[in-house]
Ligand binder design. Structure first.
Ligand SMILES: [Fe+2]
Length: 186
């Protein structure tokens, strides 16, 4: 279940329906997908994509996505810190950022046109779609691990356009669930 944190005004939302409503008001799609049909710790890309074929096809039709793959990052991934350094600077994309988390946890920060920056911590079963053009950044939680399905309209669209606003430096990526693991500061 996702956890939303609007740090500047001290509001945290972890109720599924309230999360969904808040995110919808901010243009972000949020869904829970049933993960009961796949083993914990499954990392085989074909098995994962096959298990969620129906959900993926539905999203593809709705959002015009053409391809799906599985990203698997963990502390033994070569170049992990270099990759994360790119993700955690505020940026936009020319297409939606669609992620369905299966293992591990990550934290998206959203910098809306109006209102305060908020974070969304995602875990197994959370689907999130951040619309094209939305200012955001991403980091992993303390265990430095994520397995997630990604959908693309065009793989080239994932290229980040950095805003260089420096806003990302005002927030420490603190994850709350399930054991309040505090992220290393950067
Ligand atoms: Fe991004």
């Amino acid at each position: 279940m996702a956890i939303i944190n609007i740090e500047k005004i001290g509001i945290k939302i972890d109720d599924p329906e309230r999360c969904k409503k808040f995110l919808k008001e901010n243009g972000i799609t949020y869904e829970r997908w049933d993960t009961g049909k796949i083993e914990n710790n499954e990392i085989d890309q074909e098995k994962i994509l096959d298990s969620f074929r129906e959900e993926i096809e539905k999203l593809k039709k709705m959002g015009g996505y053409t391809t799906a793959d599985v990203i698997n990052m963990n502390p033994s991934t070569p170049g992990l810190e270099e990759m994360l350094a790119k993700f955690r600077k505020e940026h936009t994309h020319s297409e939606d950022e669609v992620r369905f988390t299966l293992e591990g946890r990550g934290i998206f920060f959203i910098h809306p046109e109006r209102g305060e920056v908020f974070s969304i911590e995602v875990e197994r079963g959370d689907l999130i779609s951040v619309p094209a053009g939305t200012r955001h950044w991403f980091d992993l939680c303390g265990e430095r691990r994520i397995v997630a399905i990604r959908l693309f309209q065009n793989k080239a669209g994932w290229i980040p356009n950095y805003t260089n606003s420096g806003e990302d430096r005002n927030f420490i990526p603190v994850c709350f669930g399930p054991s309040f693991i505090r992220h290393n500061e950067h």
